[in-house]
Write a protein that binds this ligand. Structure first.
Ligand SMILES: [Zn+2]
Length: 299
């Protein structure tokens, strides 16, 4: 199990799935350029791109963050048994995600905070599980932090457009609403401090209410950027959006700002979908941004 350590905090990757992006590169990244892919093939193959299949490789995972005070699950993947017609990679899954969490030493009851960077289907799935035909919170003792803006946009009862949005409507009904009805949701706005070392900040663009989280302590800094970046090659082409970014211009501006801050602060970047080794540092130079992957601790 891959773990990174920052001072007294450990961050462990809990994998749900690692594999091909659902569509060819041109249909996955808006503005995708073949020349950029060709220039970077030396490090993209085999963990980030498969030339045989012409598919980018992406991961769906959660970050398990353990501090002396909190056990946090950041983003909760696609979940099991969820109906997601049109999205084969998210539809009716049966993955051993909770067994992997247990193998990392954590039972569902021990999670005290779940943070969803946004309410798309691949970030909320394990919020709930099926029990006697009902969706119930998977983490019975957790507060679930959701952006208030995301909650307003995602709720088909308040925003009829969410019903038709394949990444939102169903996911809201089976993976967000049951948490709200169980009174385990906390709706956050603006900057939200979890404690002295962790702050959730607005990072709009991929979705209007998307958030990111900064961690800072004596051991260093980290940025959990959710879907501000989808693929490692975007570090070299920050003007590419994913095809799922809802506010394209805002998404580009937020990506650039967070990448600059990440470079200035020498923060470790923990994205939601990068291929192995999943974590990187960003450098800002005269020729633009570049990245250096950071391997997990070896035990
Ligand atoms: Zn995502």
């Amino acid at each position: 199990m891959a773990t990174w350590t920052l001072g007294e905090v450990t961050v462990t990757r809990i994998e749900e799935q690692l594999g091909f992006a659902s569509r060819p590169p041109e249909q996955y990244l808006d503005g995708f350029e073949r020349e950029m892919l060709a220039q970077h093939l030396d490090w993209l193959v085999p963990d980030h791109y498969s030339p045989e299949d012409d598919r980018l490789i992406t991961s769906i995972h959660s970050w398990l963050i353990r501090t002396s005070r909190h056990t946090i699950l950041l983003d909760s993947c696609a979940g099991n048994h969820k109906d997601r017609p049109g999205f084969p990679r998210l539809h009716q899954l049966a993955t051993p995600f909770l067994q992997r969490l247990r193998r990392a030493g954590v039972k569902p009851e021990q999670i005290d905070i779940v943070l969803c960077t946004h309410l798309h289907a691949d970030h909320v799935g394990w919020n709930t599980k099926l029990k006697d035909g009902q969706w119930v919170p998977t983490f019975p003792n957790a507060k679930y932090l959701f952006s208030r803006t995301e909650n307003e946009i995602g709720d088909p009862r308040r925003n009829p457009a969410a019903e038709a949005n394949l990444l939102r409507g169903r996911a809201y009904c089976d993976s967000v609403l049951p948490v709200i009805e169980a009174r385990q949701a906390v709706l956050i706005e603006g900057d939200h401090a979890i404690d002295d070392s962790m702050t959730v900040v607005p990072a709009p663009g991929h979705t209007q209410g998307h958030v990111a989280m900064w961690l800072a302590n004596a051991g260093g800094r980290a940025l959990f950027c959710g879907d501000v970046l989808h693929h490692a090659l975007q570090i070299h082409a920050p003007y590419w959006n994913s095809k799922f970014c809802e506010l394209p211009d805002v998404a580009r501006a937020t990506r650039r700002k967070l990448m600059e801050q990440c470079a200035e602060r020498r923060a470790l970047l923990f994205p939601a979908h990068f291929g192995a080794p999943h974590v990187a540092c960003i450098r800002a130079g005269a020729a633009g941004f570049s990245l250096q992957f950071v391997a997990p601790d070896t035990h």
